[in-house]
Design a protein around this ligand. Structure first.
Ligand code: KG4
Ligand code: ZN
Length: 333
């Protein structure tokens, strides 16, 4: 019955979770609000806040799970991809903690962990399944054949879906991170009020930079004629932009499902918290007979729970790393 302490520090959340056998018994997340002043994550500030947060967050996670350091079987951490300085805090802490307690170390790929978050709660997807992983840095369609046998079959050529939300929010003068706010305004807006084109990208790949530019020009043109345009129509604009992003995401996901003949479909990553995407996926599932898997909210955006469950499956394979392990800003599966 392994008890694993897992650390996530790839971006702007300092998170520590405990996985007791395959159950997440603590998942503490310290958000960094400092970046709101800048409209995006400032890497140097993020790593400094991780340094301040890491020890209290570890203590809180142990307390929440009702375990002590001597109960632990292994220490896990996000190795990458992510911001190097932020990753370094988690990796360094994990290494020294493991060394001091003579525990094995487990390295976890953050993008794989977003997908493996589906193995925290029931119902769990069966293999093979397709996972649309949509976060602030990535947009991928992944063919998942087993816990660690994953193949990216489509991905964004430029901006990620989360970036499309965040950059649109910036254009609309909404604070960072913009995704949750666009989601909130979209609930009371008309998704068909304004139309933004769908990019013509080959195969299962995505592109979101054109959408961002067309929104920028649209708002600029409208505000020339009516300076109050954005303020008065914010809900409709948010609903229309969100509708476009969801359409782009789901059209390629439908294409992938057809191409691979797979009806087990999951979504993961920060954007999978979007209520419009969750609803649209449910409608598509009814229409096409898919079995869909949507993570609980606390496991959508960055959290150590997903790192801990990934580490649990690595522990079962005794897949450990040495003290010479280093963080990786870019990391393949
Ligand atoms: O997975 P995540 O927490 O961090 C990365 O690994 O990047 O994803 C963060 C992204 C941000 O772009 C944020 O705006 C977006 O997820 N996001 C949302 C929502 N909640 C978070 N986007 C749309 N609707 C939401 N409700
Ligand atoms: Zn993430």
């Amino acid at each position: 019955m392994p008890v694993i302490l897992a650390i996530e520090s790839s971006c702007d959340e300092t998170s520590v979770a405990i996985c007791n056998n395959d159950k997440i018994t603590a998942n503490v997340i310290a958000n960094q609000t400092i970046h709101q002043n800048y409209g995006g994550v400032i890497p140097e500030l993020a790593s400094r806040v991780h340094q301040q947060n890491i020890v209290p967050v570890v203590h809180q996670a142990l307390k929440d799970a009702g375990v002590t350091r001597s109960d632990l079987s292994a220490v896990a951490f996000t190795q990458g991809p992510g911001l190097l300085g932020s990753l370094l805090v988690g990796v360094s802490f994990a290494k020294s903690f493991a060394l001091a307690l003579s525990l094995p170390l487990i390295s976890v790929n953050h993008m794989q962990a977003h997908i493996l978050a589906h193995f925290i709660d029931e119902p769990k997807p069966s293999f093979p399944f397709l996972c649309l992983t949509v976060s602030g840095g990535h947009t991928q369609i992944v063919l998942v054949s087993s816990h660690f046998d994953m193949e990216i079959v489509g991905e964004t050529l430029d901006d990620a879906a989360g970036e499309a939300f965040d950059k649109t929010a910036k254009i609309l003068n909404l604070p960072y991170p913009g995704g949750p706010l666009i989601d909130k305004h979209a609930r009371t807006g008309n998704p068909l009020a304004y139309k933004f084109g769908e990019p013509q990208i080959k195969d299962l790949d995505y592109s979101f930079s054109g959408l961002k530019t067309s929104i920028l020009y649209f708002i600029r043109d409208q505000e020339k004629a009516d300076p109050e345009f954005t303020v008065r129509n914010l809900d409709d604009i948010c609903a229309s932009v969100q509708y476009s992003i969801i359409n782009i995401l789901l059209n390629k996901l439908k294409k992938a499902a057809k191409q691979y003949g797979i009806k087990e479909i999951a979504i993961a990553g920060g954007v999978s918290a979007n209520s419009g995407l969750r609803g649209a996926l449910q409608e598509t599932a009814t229409e096409l007979g898919w079995n869909i898997y949507i993570p609980a909210f606390q496991y959508c955006t960055d959290n150590a729970g997903m790192i801990a469950i990934a580490a649990h499956y690595k522990y079962l394979k005794q897949d450990f790393v040495g003290q010479d392990v280093a963080p990786l800003a870019r990391m393949e599966f």
